[in-house]
Design a protein around this ligand. Structure first.
Ligand code: SF4
Length: 413
């Protein structure tokens, strides 16, 4: 007996196809955006529309799309094959969970249930491939579930090395990428071409450069680019091709640099923990409204793993090497530096006055690290606050009070 019923062609009892925003296959409506406010507004509407309108438009135009679960996946491989890579960030606050609860246990993070709900209700139909990195047991199990729920699609469990000093790490990851490429080729109906991958690395490099400049502007002058705006600009890249996002980021950077806004008396905080499941936009806004400047965060890690991917030589090896040599230290990655030292170093780099742990409920990788991070912060007397969130949180009055109290304690201590 099937555990859950999914929508599939020819299934008369299936749920109606979801509707939402509509775009032309070349996404010209998004390409035409110019102002920063306009881009942020569109990005916000897009990420709150859980029918994946950009992927639907892309597929309607004859293209193919691949979905990637956070936190790190080499989307350049999909791009090089002409696929639209999309990052799955769950269903957000708008999605009602009515089917997935029957298939997954209660004590699991929201993103696992809402991602499954998206599949069951047909919202993920545009995607021909689903890639899950092995970041935790939940992600690993989702891949198993998807392989049975979507037998006509390609599913892949991506193994990422944890020993970064071993000489086998790069060859191992190259072999993993080849395994993934073979599956993506079936969806794209194209053969892997190394020169196409080099081109894709270049496209993503420009995109990452702009994101890094925007992040740096926010670190230095957060009053010019609030974290809420940067967040939506970044998330846009989860849903549109890098070539579409890059010019919009360039306009946003130019406009944000020119802004003249007064500096508030706010506390500079580093936000740690939301690297996979994302807090709601209301919770993000609350942090700034309550008196914080977010000067560093882990919200959307995908384009932050490496400052640069080498362009000469074998592109597959370059991509693998860039991941192995990445300095990123978050809850799903073991790095040589002890966690306590690492958080203190990050506080110093971002010139933060405190740390806000913002962890998804039941996210073990994030919660386990909080214990180690706190020890390091306590030794150096760095103030911190810990809040937990879920996708479906609706009331934040208690969180607001906690953040306001934290801000006052830092400002007046
Ligand atoms: S939110 Fe945490 S537990 Fe859930 S899938 Fe992501 S990393 Fe795993």
């Amino acid at each position: 007996m099937a555990l859950v019923q999914i929508r599939s062609p020819g299934n008369e009892d299936a749920l109606a196809a979801p509707s939402g925003l509509a775009f032309s296959p070349d996404l010209r409506e998004i390409r035409a955006l110019r102002g920063l406010d306009e881009t942020v507004r569109m990005a916000r509407e897009l990420i709150q529309d859980n029918t994946f309108p950009t992927a639907r438009a892309w597929v309607k135009g004859g293209g193919h799309a691949a979905a990637f679960f956070p936190v790190y996946t080499p989307q350049e491989l999909a791009h090089a094959l002409g696929l639209l890579p999309v990052t799955l960030h769950g269903g957000g606050e708008e999605l009602e969970i009515t089917h997935a609860d029957a298939a997954l246990g209660s004590f699991l993070c929201s993103i696992s249930k809402s991602t499954l709900e998206l599949a069951i209700t047909g919202r993920l139909d545009p995607f021909g491939a689903f890639v899950f990195p092995y970041i935790c047991d939940v992600s690993r199990n989702l891949e198993g579930i998807f392989s049975r729920l979507r037998p006509n699609a390609v599913t892949h469990m991506l193994h990422l090395p944890q020993n970064f000093t071993s000489s086998a790490a790069v060859p191992f990851l190259v072999a993993e990428y080849r395994r993934l490429l073979e599956k993506l080729e079936r969806v794209a109906k194209e053969k892997y071409d190394p020169s196409a991958l080099t081109d894709s690395l270049q496209v993503y490099q420009q995109n990452r450069d702009l994101l890094r400049q925007l992040t740096e502007l926010r670190r230095k002058e957060p009053w010019k680019l609030p974290s809420t705006e940067l967040y939506f600009l970044e998330r846009l890249g989860d849903l549109v091709p890098a070539e579409v996002q890059t010019p919009l980021l360039r306009h946003a950077l130019d406009e944000a640099r020119e802004r003249s806004r007064p500096k508030r008396d706010a506390v500079r905080v580093l936000v740690v923990g939301p690297f996979c499941e994302q807090p709601t936009p209301d919770l993000l806004a609350l942090i700034e409204e309550a008196g914080c400047y977010v000067v560093g965060d882990e919200f959307n890690m995908l384009r932050r793993w490496t400052p640069k991917v080498e362009l000469s030589g074998d592109p597959l090896e370059n991509l693998a090497r860039a991941y192995i040599e990445s300095k990123v230290d978050i809850g799903v990655r073991a790095t040589p530096m002890p966690k306590g030292e690492s958080i203190v170093a990050r506080v110093g780099e971002s010139e933060a006055q405190g740390v806000l742990f913002l962890t998804a409920k039941f996210c073990e990788p994030a919660l386990e690290d909080v214990v180690l991070y706190r020890r390091g912060l306590e030794e150096k007397k760095v103030p911190y606050l810990h809040l937990e969130f879920e996708e479906k949180s609706t009331s934040y009055e208690q969180s607001r009070l906690q953040v306001e109290t934290f801000v006052e304690s830092v400002l007046f201590d």
